[in-house]
Design a protein around this ligand. Structure first.
Ligand code: ARG
Ligand code: ZN
Length: 871
C-alpha cells in the first residue's frame, strides 16, 4: 500500500503524556505503557481508536483501570471500539524479544547492550502507539534491569530517581520535559562506560555531557566529546541556539543501521562515528565523527524542538541539519576543501539517484516504505536547497528567516510550507518558484552560449534550462537557479559587475525562465567566464568554452572551490574523450597542457595541502560513468582513468618523488585540518608514485614507519589496490591483521580495500573475504565495509559483464533481507544505474533483479526498491 501526502489527516487521538516502565530481559522484555489519551480538538472521529504495532505481543490492556472488551489485536494494530469522548488512561503491557531483533529497529541488543532505534517507525515495535511524528508527548521512563547485566540505564531528558531492587535488580527513572514524537524516544541499558565533561550554555545552564561506549573502549572517546563541545558553542554563536536539558548523552553501539540518531538528550551512534584515537582512526574518521556529532546535536533544534508533521517532510529536518553540519565543518576546517568534498559526494551519490529509476523529489509525495527515503536526495540535495535559499534571500534575510522559524514553530510538527513562509516574510519576496526545488525531481541541466562583441564591449550569455523527466513526473516547470559567476580579465582580476534588477544581483545570475539572455556592457576585452562558482546550484552545466579558458580558470580562479571545479571538469572531459576515442587506451592530444598543470599545482606551496590533494585526485569512476551517458562500459572507464593517471605520474615522477619525501614528517599525530591535509597530499602522491614502481617499496616503507592509522591504512590501500598480488602487499596485510585483528572497525578498513580492488577478480575476492572471521552478516558495518564498498565503489569489479558481481550482491541481499530489511534495501539501491550500462551488463542486471523480485518473503523494504529499480 502506498501512503500519499495528499491523504494527510491530523491524528484522531493525542497522547499528551506517557509513562513507560521497562523490565529488561534479553528474550522477554516487558513494557508497561500508561498513556494519557484525548481526542484531537479539531477532528471529530468516531469512537474507534487505532494504534500502530509491529510484531509485538499484547500482555494486558486496561482503559481507565478496567479491562477492555471491544478490542481487536493484530500484530500490527490495536483497535478499541467505543472509547470515551473525555480524556482517558490506557494501560498497555507488551512483551518483546530484543535478542531476536536483528532488524535493529525498536528495542534490540547489540553486543549485550540494550538500545533502541525508533525513527522512523520503530516505536511501534515496543508498544502500541500512534507512531507518527505529529503526536507529541511528555515522556517519563522507568527502567529496571539486573545490575550486573546493565549497570547503566539511560533514557531521554533529565535523570530522576535511581536505586536498588530485590534480587540484584536496580532501576533508574528519566523525565523529558520537552514534548516529542515517539520516533525520538530512546533507551539504553548495559555494561557501558561513560566519559564525562561539562558545557555551560550562553544562558548559564550547566550541562553534564556523557559519551558512553562498550567497556574497554573508553580511551577512544576524547574526539567525540571535543566535537560535541565545539558543536554546542557553534550553534549558539551562529544560529543563537542553546541546549535545553541538564544532561546530553551519546552512546556508541556496534550494530546500527545508519550513522547515528538524534533522540532527545540521548543520541545513539554507530560506534564507527564515535570511537577515535590516532592508531585506529584515520583523518577521514576524525572528520566524519566531528560532522556527525554536530549533525545529531544540531537536530536538537532542527528536528526535535521543531519536528516534522509527517514523514514526507523528512527534508525539513534532514536537509536543514545537513546544511548546518556543512557550515559547521566549513568553519572548523577549510571552507573550499569541505565544499569540494560535499560536491564530490553529491555528484557520486545524489546525481545518480536523481538520474535513475529511484529519483524522487526532495519532498516526496508518496511512499510504500519510509525507510527507503533516507536518501542522498533528501539529505544532500535537501541541504543544497537550503544553501540556495540563503543565496536567493541573502545572508541577513536568511538569518532573520531562521530566527522566525525557531520562534514561530518551536514545539510544532511543521511542514516545508511553514519553513518557506518564514523566509518569504523575512525577505519580503515570494518563493513559489523556488519551492519547486522541493517538488521537482531530477537534476536540472543548464546550457550556456557565450558571445562577445569586441566593438560594443558587450558579453551576451544565452542560458537555457531543462529538467529531465523522472518517475511520475514528465513535464517540469522552469526552476529558480542561482548561478554565482565572475568575469575575469586576462590578468586574473574581475570585471566589476553592476546589478540588473532581479536578474543579476551580488555576483549571482538568477535564472528563472526556461531561456534567458543576460547582457553585460562595459567589458572592454574578451573575458573568461566562470559560472556556478561555489557550486551555487545542484545542476549540470554545459558551456561552450574554449579549452584555454578552462585552463585559465583551473590556474587563476581565486575562489578555490571553483578552481577545483574547473580542473575537475578538464580532467573529466579528458578521460571521457579517451574513453570514447580509444576505450581509454590512449589520451587525446589536448591532455598535454592539463598534465603539465598537475605538476604546477602539486608544487605550489602557497596552496593548502588538503586542496592540492583533492586537485590531484581524479574524478571517481562512478561519476565518470554517469557522465559518459548510455551504454557505459565500466572497464573502459577504469582503463581511461588509469591511463590519464599514469600519464600524470610519468610526467611528474621526479617532482612528485621530491615533494613526497619533503612531506614525510616525524611529528606525532594531530587530527587538525592542516596536518590531515599534509597526510592527504602525501598519500595521493604515494599512489601516483606507486603506479610506476615495480615493487611498491615506497608504500611498504610508509606502512612500516607509520605511527597512525591514516598513513598505515593509506599505505596499505595503495599496496592492495596497485599490487594486490605482490609479496610486499601480502606481508603488509598480514602485519595489519596481526596488529588490529581484535578491532572490528579497523578490520572493516581492510574489508573495504579488498572490496575495492578493481577488475575481473573482484567478485571472487569478495566471496573469499566473506569467510574472514571478522565478516559477520548481522552487523551492518561489516556488510557495508565489504559488500557496499564492492557494489558502490568498485565499478569495474561489480559490473562484470557475466553478471557475477550482481549475483553476489543479490545473494547477500537475499540472506540479509529476512533479518534486516533496511540493510537489504540499502544494498539493493546499488542496482540503481543499471539502465545506463552496455547491453550485456544491462541484461545481466535485469535477470538478477527479476530473480530477486521473484524471491519469496522478500520484505517490503527490498521489494519497493527492486520494483522501482525495474520500472
Ligand atoms: N535521523 C537520523 C539522522 O540523523 C537517521 C535515522 C534514520 N533511521 C532510519 N531507520 N531510517 O540522520
Ligand atoms: Zn539527521
Amino acid at each position: 500500500t502506498t501512503i500519499n501526502l495528499s491523504d494527510y489527516a491530523p491524528p484522531s487521538y493525542l497522547v499528551p503524556s506517557v509513562a513507560l516502565t521497562f523490565r529488561l530481559h534479553p528474550n522477554r522484555t516487558i513494557v508497561k505503557a500508561v498513556l494519557d489519551v484525548r481526542r484531537h480538538p479539531d477532528t471529530a472521529p468516531g469512537d474507534e481508536l487505532v494504534f500502530d504495532g509491529d510484531g509485538i505481543e499484547l500482555v494486558s490492556l486496561r482503559l481507565n483501570g478496567a479491562p477492555v472488551d471491544d478490542v481487536e489485536i493484530t500484530p500490527d494494530q490495536l483497535r478499541i471500539a467505543g472509547v470515551p469522548h473525555e480524556p482517558f488512561t490506557l494501560e498497555i503491557e507488551t512483551a518483546i524479544d530484543p535478542e531476536a531483533n536483528l532488524a535493529l529497529s525498536g528495542l534490540y541488543r547489540s553486543n549485550g547492550v540494550y538500545c533502541t532505534q525508533c525513527e522512523a517507525e520503530g516505536f511501534r515495535r515496543i508498544t502500541y502507539f500512534p507512531d507518527r511524528p505529529d503526536v507529541l508527548s511528555v515522556y517519563t521512563v522507568r527502567i529496571e534491569a539486573p545490575k550486573a547485566d546493565a549497570p547503566v540505564l539511560l533514557s531521554n531528558g533529565n535523570p530522576g530517581a535511581a536505586g536498588d531492587l530485590p534480587d540484584g535488580w536496580h532501576f533508574a527513572e528519566w523525565h523529558d520535559p520537552w514534548p516529542k514524537p515517539s520516533y525520538l524516544f530512546a533507551l539504553v541499558g548495559g555494561d557501558i562506560v561513560g566519559a564525562f565533561d561539562r558545557f555551560t550554555t550562553m544562558g548559564g545552564r550547566d550541562v553534564k555531557l556523557g559519551v558512553y561506549v562498550e567497556r574497554g573502549k573508553e580511551s577512544r572517546t576524547g574526539w567525540a566529546i571535543d566535537s560535541l563541545k565545539r558543536s554546542m558553542k557553534w550553534d549558539e554563536d551562529v544560529f543563537g541556539r542553546e541546549y535545553d536539558l541538564d544532561v546530553f548523552n551519546i552512546v556508541a553501539v556496534s550494530d546500527f543501521n545508519m550513522g547515528a540518531m538524534e533522540n532527545k538528550g540521548l543520541n545513539v551512534f554507530n560506534d564507527k562515528y564515535v570511537l577515535a584515537d590516532p592508531t585506529t582512526a584515520t583523518d577521514t574518521d576524525y572528520a566524519n565523527i566531528e560532522t556527525i556529532i554536530a549533525h545529531e546535536y544540531f537536530h536538537n533544534w532542527t528536528g526535535n524542538r521543531i519536528t516534522c508533521r509527517d514523514w514526507f517532510q523528512l527534508c525539513l529536518k534532514e536537509g536543514l541539519t545537513v546544511y548546518r553540519d556543512h557550515e559547521f565543518s566549513a568553519d572548523m576546517r577549510s571552507r573550499p576543501v569541505r565544499r569540494i568534498a560535499e560536491v564530490r559526494l553529491l555528484k557520486s551519490a545524489q546525481f545518480p539517484e536523481d538520474g535513475g529509476p529511484l529519483a524522487h523529489p526532495v519532498r516526496p509525495t508518496a511512499y510504500r516504505e519510509i525507510n527507503n527515503f533516507y536518501t542522498a536526495t533528501v539529505y544532500e540535495k535537501g541541504s543544497e536547497v537550503v544553501r540556495m535559499l540563503r543565496i536567493v534571500v541573502g545572508d541577513d534575510a536568511f538569518r532573520a528567516g531562521m530566527d522566525l522559524y525557531f520562534d514561530r514553530h518551536d514545539g510544532d510538527a511543521a511542514t516545508i510550507e511553514d519553513f518557506l513562509a518564514c523566509f518569504e516574510e523575512a525577505s519580503n519576496r515570494p518563493l513559489t518558484q523556488f519551492a519547486l526545488w522541493y517538488h521537482q525531481a531530477g537534476t536540472p541541466q543548464v546550457t550556456v552560449e557565450t558571445d562577445y562583441d569586441t566593438a560594443k564591449g558587450r558579453l551576451t550569455l544565452t542560458m537555457h534550462q531543462s529538467v529531465p523527466a523522472t518517475p511520475d513526473q514528465t513535464d517540469k516547470e522552469p526552476m529558480h537557479i542561482p548561478i554565482a559567476f565572475a568575469l575575469f580579465r586576462p590578468d586574473g582580476s574581475h570585471f566589476p559587475i553592476a546589478d540588473q534588477s532581479d536578474l543579476v544581483k551580488n555576483g549571482v545570475i538568477h535564472l528563472t525562465k526556461r531561456r534567458d539572455t543576460i547582457i553585460f556592457d562595459g567589458i572592454e576585452e574578451q573575458p573568461v567566464v566562470s559560472l556556478l562558482r561555489g557550486f551555487s546550484a545542484p545542476v549540470t552545466l554545459d558551456i561552450d568554452q574554449p579549452e584555454t579558458d578552462r585552463i585559465f580558470l583551473a590556474r587563476h580562479e581565486d575562489d578555490l572551490y571553483t578552481r577545483w571545479q574547473a580542473l575537475d571538469r578538464l580532467a573529466t572531459d579528458t578521460i571521457l574523450a579517451s574513453y570514447r576515442q580509444s576505450n581509454g587506451e590512449t589520451l587525446p592530444a589536448s591532455a598535454t597542457s592539463l598534465i603539465g598543470l598537475y605538476g604546477e599545482i602539486a608544487g605550489d606551496e602557497t596552496l593548502d595541502a588538503a586542496w592540492r590533494a583533492l586537485a590531484l585526485t581524479l574524478p571517481g569512476e562512478t561519476t565518470l560513468g554517469r557522465e559518459a551517458g548510455l551504454n557505459v562500459d565500466p572497464d573502459a572507464i577504469h582503463v581511461a582513468r588509469e591511463t590519464f593517471l599514469a600519464a600524470i605520474a610519468e610526467r611528474h615522477a621526479t617532482a612528485f618523488a621530491d615533494l613526497y619525501d619533503s612531506l614525510l614528517s616525524d611529528e606525532s599525530y594531530r587530527p587538525d585540518a592542516p596536518s590531515a591535509g599534509r597526510r592527504a597530499l602525501e598519500l595521493v602522491l604515494l599512489d601516483y608514485l606507486t603506479v610506476s614502481e615495480a615493487d611498491g617499496g615506497r608504500a611498504r616503507a610508509l606502512f612500516d614507519r607509520a605511527d597512525n592509522m591514516t598513513e598505515e591504512a593509506g599505505a596499505l590501500e595503495v599496496l592492495m589496490l596497485r599490487q594486490p598480488e605482490s609479496g610486499e602487499t601480502a606481508t603488509a596485510r598480514a602485519a595489519f591483521e596481526n596488529r588490529h585483528g581484535d578491532n572490528p572497525l579497523v578490520m572493516d578498513k581492510l574489508l573495504g580495500m579488498i572490496a575495492r580492488i578493481p577488475g575481473p577478480d573482484a567478485p571472487g575476492r569478495v566471496l573469499q573475504a566473506m569467510t574472514h572471521p571478522n565478516y559477520i552478516e548481522t552487523n551492518p558495518n561489516r556488510v557495508r565495509a565489504l559488500v557496499a564498498s564492492f557494489a558502490g565503489a568498485n565499478p569495474s569489479g561489480f559490473h562484470r559483464p557475466d553478471g557475477s558481481g550482481y549475483r553476489l550482491l543479490a545473494d547477500v541481499i537475499g540472506r540479509v533481507a529476512s533479518q534486516n530489511p533496511q540493510l537489504g534495501a540499502r544494498l539493493a539501491t546499488h542496482f540503481r544505474s543499471w539502465k545506463g550500462l552496455d547491453a550485456a551488463r544491462r541484461d545481466a542486471a535485469h535477470k538478477t533483479l527479476s530473480d530477486l523480485r521473484n524471491m519469496r518473503d522478500l520484505p517490503l523494504d527490498v521489494r519497493d526498491i527492486i520494483d522501482r529499480t525495474l520500472s
